[in-house]
Design a protein around this ligand. Structure first.
Ligand code: TEU
Ligand code: CA
Length: 557
């Protein structure tokens, strides 16, 4: 296994809009992030990833970029960005930014020109097609509802948009597009950023046969959209032209691809991307907004597939982000064991083989919101899917029930700093989005003051992980894949072995540890009271107990 700095990092994702509002206009901003850097330093993170901070009309909260070389006005100025970067580096924190180049905003200058006529220089920057008579070019759907094709009056042709119609897809087959993307990448890299998270990167290459999707394919169009013929070639070119020239890392958001494609994209020998997010775990039991039940053995299987890869590949580990519900609501028990189950998830995330990505608020155990009506959501996806939902004879109430478990908005509520109004996020009572009413109970201030808080558990774990290269690089082995309540695995290093036992249930469980002897030493646990040394293979586990032991392979401790 090649050691690389980005394999040893703990990454923390900030959604700037919701993190901290420094100037009091109700919207989070770059100065807000700067003012909270001390908090992130205390937590011990190594890399900060910020969701898009570029000029945007905010149809999709910045994932629709109007100008790649300008900072979004609500977030501040280029000077603020430079200060953020400088402050990060001064504190040995690396900064990565979002690269959203599958599509732009329809207000981007390239698109404004492109749509104006068939003859202009930018026409081929996007994907234009004639309709089939009066019909759409084909049956491809957009993720935010409706068709992926939109007709414009100027020329009567349709342009392709996999997301909203305000997010036209770029035509990567045009070398000028690729050159322009590499140019904007260099612009930020030359400022000194430490890498990119690449939005829906598998979608950049389009299959220009434009065949209709089958009934089966329509259920998960992302799988087809991610199979464009030139994806590998374009990523290799991007690596050769740009990425390889800097000491940075790249992580691709690989919506739509399976494990094999993920392994290929981030295979060190292929020279495409360094890391890739695989969606299987975060989407377990869920297709889009539709939430289904799942079992622990299924989850363990996904961890096995993610963690147990060959030495040419390095995984990522994450349980939530700005597109997914809160992890403790999704996998834990927020009713009776919020703190304990949040800590269990912390132990799971930070003891896997792979680079962990934490999401703002996860470290204090923030939860989903209980939305009362469809209108209370902000996300364009919620409204976009409504007509499709109703067409499928699903009632509004049912839809709301699903959204209360699956919506992206659960992660986009305001960061909970204190128990002051708006959770201390802003001095303004008109904030862009709501705060979870549980902020009196769940907030940073409370967490910092309590040595047994979720925050302090994360902090301790990050410290333990950073101290041990063995824990980072060791092999992963699931010791009990079929147990319905217990997740038990070991990390086998050369000198040390780490043993993790997680009770993924609200039950009391007498558990026979598959491997154990008296030399195992407890390193960390979320148990409420001090536990007596574990002497035999049998352990009595309380609900959501999580423990990690260590043993020297040489039996010399
Ligand atoms: O997300 C694409 C993606 O993976 C999906 O989760 C998507 O958000 C949606 O749920 C599809 O049903 C990326 C960004 O992370 C997301 O915020 C953007 O909205 C999207 O791309 C478009 O840029
Ligand atoms: Ca602000």
């Amino acid at each position: 296994m090649n050691h690389k700095w980005w394999k040893e990092q703990v990454v923390y994702q900030v959604y700037p809009r919701s993190f901290f509002d420094a100037n009091g206009d109700g919207i989070g901003d770059l100065k807000g992030i700067i003012s909270k850097l001390d908090y992130l330093i205390l937590l011990g993170i190594d890399t900060l990833w910020i969701s898009p901070h570029f000029d945007s009309p905010n149809e999709d909260n910045g994932y629709d970029i109007r100008d790649y070389k300008k900072v979004m006005e609500e977030f501040g100025t280029m000077e603020d960005f430079d200060t953020l970067l400088e402050s990060c580096h001064k504190n040995s924190i690396r900064l990565i930014v979002d690269l959203v180049v599958n599509h732009t905003s329809d207000e981007h200058d390239w698109f404004v020109k492109s749509r104006s006529s068939k003859m202009n220089d930018y026409r081929d920057f996007y994907i234009w097609k004639k309709g089939k008579g009066n019909d759409l070019p084909n049956n491809w759907p957009a993720f935010f509802g409706g068709s992926a094709w939109e007709k414009t009056e100027e020329t009567g042709e349709y342009y392709l948009h996999y997301f909203s119609k305000k997010q036209p897809d770029l035509n990567w087959d045009n070398p000028k597009v690729r050159k322009s993307v590499y140019d904007l990448m260099r612009f930020w890299l030359d400022k000194g950023i430490d890498g990119f998270r690449m939005d829906v990167i598998p979608f950049i290459s389009k299959d220009k046969q434009f065949l209709d999707l089958s009934k089966e394919e329509l259920k998960a169009p992302q799988k087809t959209y991610a199979k464009g013929p030139n994806l590998g070639a374009y990523l290799k070119e991007m690596n050769r032209e740009v990425l390889s020239k800097y000491d940075i890392f790249s992580v691709g958001e690989a919506f739509g691809i399976g494990r094999d494609a993920m392994m290929r994209m981030s295979d060190e020998r292929e020279k495409e991307l360094d890391l890739v997010f695989l969606f299987d775990i975060v989407r377990i039991g869920r297709e889009d907004w539709y939430q289904k039940s799942w079992t622990l053995p299924q989850l363990k299987k996904l961890f096995e597939l993610q963690s147990n890869t060959d030495s040419n590949h390095w995984p990522t580990v994450f349980l939530n982000n700005h597109d997914n519900p809160r992890s403790v609501s999704n996998y834990g028990n927020t009713k009776d064991y919020r703190v304990k189950s949040a800590k269990l998830l912390a132990l799971l995330t930070l003891t896997q083989r792979g680079t962990p990505f934490l999401y703002q608020g996860e470290e204090i155990g923030m939860t989903n919101v209980d939305f009362k009506a469809i209108d209370d959501f902000d996300d364009l996806q919620v409204r976009g899917n409504l007509s499709k939902v109703l067409k499928n004879k699903i009632t509004k109430e049912e839809y709301l029930n699903h959204l209360n478990r699956s919506s992206r908005d659960h992660s986009r509520t305001l960061m909970q700093w204190t128990d002051q109004p708006k959770a201390g996020f802003s001095k303004n009572e008109n904030t862009w989005f709501l705060v979870n009413p549980n902020y009196h109970e769940i907030n940073v201030e409370k967490n910092l003051n309590d040595p047994k808080s979720v925050f302090n558990f994360y902090k301790n774990l990050i410290f333990i992980r950073k101290k041990s290269k063995e824990l980072i690089y060791a092999d992963y082995e699931d010791l009990d894949p079929n147990h319905p309540q217990i997740f038990c695995y070991q990390r086998l290093g050369k000198k040390q072995t780490y043993l993790v036992i997680l009770n993924f249930s609200s039950d009391y469980v007498s558990y026979k540890i598959p491997v154990f002897n008296s030399k195992y030493r407890l390193i960390i646990s979320n148990k409420l009271d001090k536990i007596s040394p574990v002497k035999s293979n049998f352990i009595e586990l309380d609900p959501w107990d999580a423990l990690m032991f260590k043993i020297s392979n040489l039996y010399e401790n």
